[in-house]
Design a protein. Structure first.
Length: 362
């Protein structure tokens, strides 16, 4: 069962890393440069070997390479550089095989990398909040001009971990209300995720503008208990190690992700179903390198001939060409989101797309 106001929403917003860059968040290429200044990575030869190759300065590539190396711990072959074995009865302790030592280093670096990503995207710095509210308010005003707030919510999909959309809605109470699948728990300080809260979402319940948010790769304040089923959201982001009682609900960067488990599956499921019916999808700062999102976009584009895709990004021309090579047609808007001097131009482009599509008829 799918929520009909959601899957039939005529306008969809897709936010990638470029949508949060104006508010203090780094793009993936910038993040690798940031890592080079952190003690855990600056002196690590394995890190340098991975990133100093063609296309190596890519966060997805770094995660994938470290994952590959960390899986080599089963190897027990002799280290060709360690010299002859110690004589029988010697007290000397033989070093571990080279592959095993590399696997352990990769595993430690992988944990450091997860925490570095978490720390970088867990919040919106206070100094950026006024700008965030201004830029999102201008964007949402344009989108809601073509939406009947009593019939359609603004449906947002994002691969970002940061709380940009949540912060905006919190800063505009009474005007905007947010549904993200988490509902308050009686006598508890946390919120629990239930797909039913999305499936049975009722737009008539409040008079404010409704925003339905799907965070496809999770959020820094989402958690799963290792001891029991269920997902919770806290008021503050907390990093959890691999061996704690709770684990962060995040899909870390990688091109080949398979989102089979909730809440990720529900997010991608609604992404495809919504695109199969919507008239305009405005994509901001996202390259569709994620295979899950790209495959569902391709499928929806084949199913829905009325779907228009508007790509707002400084590299929009090359992005649209890349999508065209995969059978997806998109219209470029080569502008910087969040830059005040470009805002009139990209808002005008979105307004034209809204008025020339079949959104108003919906």
């Amino acid at each position: 069962m799918y929520n009909q106001p959601v899957v039939n929403a005529p306008v969809v917003l897709f936010l990638g890393a470029g949508a949060s860059k104006p508010f203090g968040k780094m793009l993936m290429g910038e993040f690798v440069s940031h890592l080079e200044n952190l003690p855990a990575f600056a002196g690590e030869s394995l890190f340098r070997e991975i990133v100093n190759v063609p296309d190596g300065r890519d966060l997805e590539h770094l995660f994938e390479e470290l994952d590959e190396w960390s899986r080599k711990g089963y190897c027990n072959e002799e280290d060709p550089f360690r010299g002859p074995p110690a004589p029988a009865g010697s007290l000397a302790v033989s070093p571990k095989p080279l592959a095993k030592r590399l696997a352990e280093r990769a595993s430690r670096m992988q944990e450091d990398l997860r925490q570095a990503v978490f720390n970088a995207y867990c919040d919106i710095p206070p100094g950026h909040k006024p700008k965030l509210v201004q830029r999102f308010a201008a964007l949402f005003d344009v989108l809601f001009k073509q939406l009947n707030p009593k019939k359609s919510p603004l449906v947002i999909f994002t691969t970002n971990y940061d709380p940009a959309v949540e912060v905006f809605c919190q800063e505009r109470p009474g005007e905007y209300s947010l549904c993200d699948g988490f509902v308050p728990q009686p006598n508890a300080a946390s919120h629990a995720w239930h797909r039913e809260s999305i499936d049975h979402f009722q737009i008539e319940a409040v008079s404010s503008r409704r925003v339905v948010l799907f965070k496809l790769h999770g959020s820094t304040n989402w958690f799963k208990s290792r001891d029991r089923d269920g997902f919770v959201k806290s008021d503050v982001p907390i990093y959890t190690t691999r061996h704690g009682t709770f684990e962060n609900l995040l899909i870390y960067p990688a091109r080949r992700k398979v989102a089979l488990d909730d809440p990720f599956f529900t997010g991608y499921d609604y992404f495809q179903r919504t695109l199969e019916h919507c008239k305009l999808c405005v994509v901001i700062g996202y390259s569709f390198r994620d295979y899950d999102a790209l495959s569902r976009l391709r499928s929806a584009s084949s199913y829905n001939p009325d779907l228009r895709l508007l790509a707002l990004d400084p590299q929009a021309q090359s992005l649209c060409k890349s999508l065209a090579d995969r059978g997806v047609t998109a219209e470029p808007v080569p502008q910087y989101f969040g830059a005040e001097k470009f805002e009139p131009d990209y808002l005008d482009a979105i307004q034209r797309a809204l008025s020339t599509s079949r959104v108003a008829a919906s």
